[in-house]
Design a protein around this ligand. Structure first.
Ligand SMILES: Nc1nc2c(c(=O)[nH]1)N[C@H]1C(S)=C(S)[C@@H](COP(=O)(O)OP(=O)(O)OC[C@H]3O[C@@H](n4cnc5c(=O)[nH]c(N)nc54)[C@H](O)[C@@H]3O)O[C@H]1N2
Ligand SMILES: Nc1nc2c(c(=O)[nH]1)N[C@H]1C(S)=C(S)[C@@H](COP(=O)(O)OP(=O)(O)OC[C@H]3O[C@@H](n4cnc5c(=O)[nH]c(N)nc54)[C@H](O)[C@@H]3O)O[C@H]1N2
Ligand SMILES: [Mo]
Length: 761
């Protein structure tokens, strides 16, 4: 949010019909516009030819997997992947002259969109204490400043080391190694705000905090339940997989408070015949659930299934699977017996007939996949909601067989890999032991700060140095005003970044920006050109090798920057040969192989076209839980108490953004154009509140007597359940309370914030 916000600064909001067709030729046209506007012509051709191809580079967009076998030569990418590339490989530059022209105050006046569009940062930049301008600094001097600040702290636990999920396995591993040698487990990451609830729920119920399906399972499923996600925008290549499933005779149920465009129609841009014939209808049944009432809905459906199973034993449930592989079935059915299905359905906003149709589809399907994303993970009871989804799969025996399983659809392209190689505020004893053995040092064992705890530690003065490997901490985190206070109190804030963002503007007393190579760029080190590797949503590790010349000669790779910081901070204290690691990343991969299970012959297998799968117990019906069984879970239902005049708000992504990076001002599929400060409301709620389309309102949220505000939003009538509203992330983040998080995962409740809407006079 820029410093000064006035009604005059809002653009002319334009509303049009919602689109009921995703992708198609329009998507191709928008891809071309972004490439032409922001990239050099030759760079465009070169990058798109290598995007998501074997031996090419991994799309920095999302974590959806690439096909194992044949990949379309025309392109394994989508409109939003192309936008992500155009954003990184832009021809625009944020040079030292740019920072000389723009003081901190002037940068603060720019919108997120304008800040991002200023281009790639070309030089390491330094903001001296009290200064108004970032000025260039040498790499060595920057490393020395960081080392000095870190070594001056009274405890390593006074430093915070954040990671955003774009960092490669190699960079992430080196980073956590440095941080643990320095002496802390304060390793918060974007996952804490993203799929942490998944990690908790699936570890406890299935013994592994990751999904169990492969891409082939999606193709082979009889039924896919797509709940709490918007793949038409956030994982467009997933639609190709859903289309394959449909062509194989599969059915799809969509569960979402919003009638997202992908549910209606998908026109695969890679198949000209489909374009001519108007595309594939994706969903067979759409359940417009109320925000955070998925648990009530699924529970009611499970009760219907149980009734049917009892009437004809063995016709619905997989008794053998339940018997052999699960625990807790009896407690679960007892809980269902005590459940009032009608009441659950009333809560969920779904009528008995629609729920009955869902139950029918589930009862008659053998192979079921449940796909989900942020619509399930960012509520207070998210861990229970995800476990409820697992209950449904378990009773159907839909785990660990072809065409079935749980599929948390990941966000950032390597968020899953970063966790696999050790970026986590928790250091597991087995990994600690491996680090101890391989590197001969005593790692800290105490749990570190996750994202929410890090913010509190900074604001309460318990942490004084903030360091970020990528991301945009200020804008991505909840409670923006509170978080800003924490960052401003730090003695030093450091960002390894590709482009300017708000976290560079809301800074500590001293600040550094360290510009790094992007995924698309050639990474030249002492022993030659290097590649890195990433793990996608389905546990496949693949190499990624850039093709473009770096945006500036000054740029360093993330690995090289981390090594520089480590040397300057740890000096002779370190037992790691940082130079050797950087000269050739094979040495980093050898170290990963030696310390992280599943990476046997890493250097060899990562060079094979298409990479390799990491081990996955649930896929083979091996459950690493206390009793070795998959767990049915019994939980109490959450009741959302809204006071009179309160609405339940979800914050979502528009079609034209990548998290806090704003590609453009339009949300094309939803028909909301040119302005992002909007609140989508049910037309009846609007009428009741005396509001008309485009009326100006202020939003506020109140928790424990504390009021948070976000001014100046425009009302948009939208088909959303009554009592629910939707706004865009990050504009509405000041309303998300730091004091309320998901139980068990500490994830901010970005999808269920109680708010009030006050009309502007
Ligand atoms: N182009 C693009 N791609 C991206 C991203 C991006 O910003 N832009 N971000 C990446 C990242 S980090 C992530 S995590 C993913 C995010 O991918 P998504 O999770 O698809 O992203 P959101 O926009 O947060 O959408 C949440 C969806 O959940 C629905 N929803 C909200 N609350 C509820 C609820 O209570 N129940 C149900 N059933 N549904 C609900 C919303 O209506 C919306 O459709 O995408 C990744 N890919
Ligand atoms: N209200 C609300 N808040 C949310 C969410 C929500 O749905 N609602 N979603 C949450 C989720 S799911 C996530 S994952 C987080 C995202 O949180 P983050 O990952 O912290 O945010 P991003 O916007 O993805 O980070 C963008 C910045 O990353 C830098 N960058 C881009 N590419 C690279 C690179 O290759 N290397 C380096 N070093 N830097 C790079 C650029 O400088 C860019 O400005 O936000 C969370 N916040
Ligand atoms: Mo995410």
């Amino acid at each position: 949010m820029p410093n000064e916000l006035t009604p005059e600064r809002l653009s002319d909001l334009r509303l049009q019909e919602r689109s009921e067709n995703t992708a198609g030729l329009t998507a191709l046209r928008y891809s071309a516009i972004h490439v032409n506007e922001y990239m050099h012509y030759g760079d465009g051709l070169k990058t798109l030819a290598k995007l998501n191809q074997k031996g090419g580079f991994d799309c920095p967009g999302c974590a959806w997997p690439d096909p194992d076998g044949h990949r379309t030569p025309m392109a394994e990418y989508c409109e939003n992947g192309v936008k992500a590339i155009a954003e990184e490989a832009t021809k625009r530059r944020a040079t030292p002259e740019f920072f000389a022209e723009h003081s901190i105050d002037a940068l603060g006046e720019l919108t997120d969109y304008e800040l991002g569009k200023s281009g790639r940062i070309t030089h390491p930049m330094h903001l001296r204490p009290g200064a108004q301008h970032y000025t260039p600094i040498s790499w060595e001097d920057a490393f020395q400043i960081i080392g000095r600040h870190l070594n001056a702290l009274s405890s390593p636990d006074e430093a915070i080391f954040y990671t955003s999920g774009r960092a490669s396995n190699e960079a992430a591993f080196l980073y956590q190694l440095f941080v643990r040698q320095y002496g802390t487990n304060n390793l918060p990451d974007c996952s804490n705000m993203c799929h942490e609830s998944t990690g908790t729920a699936l570890s406890e119920s299935l013994g592994l905090g990751k999904g169990s399906v492969t891409l082939q399972d999606i193709h082979d499923a009889d039924l896919i339940i797509c709940v709490g996600q918007n793949p038409g925008t956030n994982h467009p290549r997933m639609l190709t997989a859903l289309e394959k499933c449909k062509e194989n005779g599969g059915k799809i149920i969509g569960i979402n408070p919003l009638p997202e465009a992908f549910l209606h129609k998908f026109t695969n841009p890679q198949r000209p015949l489909k374009i001519a014939t108007g595309g594939t209808a994706i969903s067979d049944l759409f359940l417009q659930v109320k925000i955070n009432e998925d648990l009530a809905l699924i529970r009611a459906i499970c009760k219907m299934l149980l009734d049917r199973e009892r009437a004809t034993p063995g016709s619905v449930f997989d008794r053998e699977f339940i018997e052999e592989y699960t625990a807790g079935y009896d407690a679960w059915t007892t809980m269902l017996d005590a459940t009032d299905a009608a009441q659950c359905l009333r809560k969920s906003g779904i009528n008995a007939e629609e729920a009955g149709r869902a139950a029918e589809l589930i009862a008659t399907s053998e192979r079921i996949v449940i796909c989900y994303a942020m619509g399930l993970t960012q509520h207070e009871n998210s861990v229970d909601v995800i476990k409820e989804m697992v209950n449904l799969l378990l009773c159907k025996g839909s785990i660990g067989k072809q065409g079935a399983g749980i599929c948390p659809v990941r966000g950032h392209s390597n968020v899953q890999g970063d966790r696999t190689v050790g970026v986590w505020e928790i250091l597991k004893p087995a990994f600690a032991e491996s680090l101890r053995k391989e590197f001969n040092f005593e790692p800290p064992m105490e749990k570190g700060h996750d994202t929410v705890d890090s913010i509190k530690a900074m604001t309460e003065g318990r942490a004084r140095v903030f360091f970020a490997l990528g991301g945009n901490f200020l804008s991505a985190t909840p409670d923006t005003v509170y978080t800003a206070e924490g960052l401003r109190q730090c003695s030093l804030t450091v960002h390894i970044s590709t482009k300017p963002n708000r976290s560079h503007v809301v800074h500590g007393k001293e600040a550094l920006i360290l510009p790094c190579l992007g995924r698309t760029e050639v990474d030249q080190q002492e022993e030659g050109e290097q590649f890195v590797s990433c793990e996608n949503s389905m546990g496949v590790v693949q190499m990624s090798k850039g093709v473009l010349n770096p945006a500036s000669e000054q740029l360093r790779s993330e690995c090289a920057i981390i090594a520089g910081v480590a040397r300057a901070t740890l000096g002779d204290r370190s037992t790691v040969n940082w130079e050797r690691m950087i000269a050739n990343y094979d040495h980093i991969r050898d170290a990963i192989e030696a310390t992280v299970p599943g990476f046997e012959r890493y250097n060899e297998r990562v060079r094979e076209p298409g990479g390799f799968y990491l081990p996955n117990g649930p896929r083979n019906r091996q459950f690493d839980t206390a009793d070795g069984k998959a767990q049915f879970n019994v939980s109490t239902m959450q009741h959302q108490d809204l006071a009179a005049g309160e609405y339940l708000m979800m914050t979502v992504r528009s079609h034209d953004q990548y998290n806090t990076t704003i590609y453009g001002m339009d949300d094309r599929y939803r028909g909301i154009l040119q302005e992002r400060r909007v609140v989508m409301m049910n037309a009846d709620d609007m009428a009741e509140a005396g509001l008309k389309a485009t009326d100006l309102v202020d939003l506020s949220s109140e928790y424990d007597g504390e009021v948070r505000e976000a001014p100046l939003f425009q009302v948009v009538p939208y088909p959303i359940p009554r009592g629910n509203v939707a706004t865009y992330f990050p504009e509405a983040n000041p309303l998300v309370p730091i004091t309320r998080t998901a139980r068990g995962s500490n994830t901010p409740i970005s999808k269920s914030v109680r708010i009030r809407i006050t009309p502007r006079k």
